[in-house]
Design a protein around this ligand. Sequence first.
Ligand code: G3H
Ligand code: ZN
Length: 288
Amino acid sequence: MSVFVNGNAIFNAARQGHYAVGAFNTNNLEWTRAILKAAQETNTPVLIQVSMGAAKYMGDYKLVKKLVEEEMRVMNITVPVIMHLDHGNYEAAKECIEAGYSSVMFDGHDLPFEENLEKTAEIVKLAHAKGISVEAEVGSIGGEEDGIVGEGELASVEEAKQIAALGVDYLACGIGNIHGPYPENWKGLHFDRLQEIADAIDTPLVLHGGSGIPQEQIEKAIKMGISKVNINTENQLAFAAATRKYIEAGKDQEGKGYDPRKLLAPGSEAIVDTVKEIIGWLGTPEVK
Ligand code: G3H
Ligand code: ZN
């Protein structure tokens, strides 16, 4: 039996309850442990996701799933954990369905819409037959993440309706959000479009590029229907800053400070703190 839960009940409850649940990208063992630790200590559900690039970096999809699964066992994790593929292409989504992920994103934003629709429908069919949740995307997220480049095209309400009608479990929509750090001249989220989409469909909505969006914009978006907030860069920046501080303070040169178990500890703790802070912003309620 799988140790993972799918996202349906968790994200539907979030949409109805006007809060969100964090979707945090893992990049390695330290990231995995830090995300799980933060979720357990806050007693909240969590979604751990891996991009195609990060899975390749770590090995493959099966390895990532095993890593999360085994860390849950040794860490005695009792909160619900969703194991999700982030921005998957058609092949990756199929592979993760086979590998036992409890949720997959099929990102067809760069395909002609008809093809995005067709392939999303196929993935929904394969995934739902196994009780796996599916995230799809309309419009696109600006910027670049692990080789996935988007122009930041606003999601069309009509397309959102058509893709939601396929029975997708959550829907990522481009509303001016960007992967990676936001530029100085960023104009903010397009709340009008978000409202139109939220009025048109009940599907839980996903905010990609969650790092660097001001807290009040995130809170406003959640009130309107965003139920899943994706975070990667924020943890990378926190990890890098804490590691830099450790090295600049010369701690790697004191005693056995060069031991990776010591060298990577401040960065790992910084991820735990960041994830906990974001969970607070999202208003994720504790597991009963
Ligand atoms: O899919 C992952 C995210 O959208 C993460 O975006 O790195 O800007 O937080 P971010
Ligand atoms: Zn994303």
